[in-house]
Design a protein. Sequence first.
Length: 165
Amino acid sequence: MHTTVTEAQIAQVRELLGREPRGLEEVPVAHADGRPMVIRVASLVDDKPFPTLFWLVDAELSYRIDVVEAGGLIAELQARIDADLALRGAMAEDHRRHIALRESHMDDATRERLRELGFGDVLASKGIGGIADFSRIRCLHTWYAAHLVVPNTVGQLLDQHWAGE
């Protein structure tokens, strides 16, 4: 399902990104006053596959994540995940659900164009943030953007981290 993005939303996203947004299809998460927090991006942008379905555009939240990433939280969370089979399984399931959600947002024309360009199956193996290894985190921003739309394991771990601060 594609929803219409308003000119006001496009202008707000442009300001947040500092550039013209490309592939913007929806603002699925916004502040109470309407300011975009997360955008949904097309799976095909400028004839290139774009596996990052959700993009965090909220400056304050992005900075908050920058701080914990710089402080080594990815390594800390990755160590927890590596040591816990249930967490690894939950992450893999998060990726599979994300792939299905991305697929549900693609129309037939996009699928056909991906095939024409030789990228027919490339998105089928890319999870949250375009990750191919379903046991790795790589970027908290992409995980948390996705988490704000559909809760996921890494987003929940980040919420727990912040709750414990």
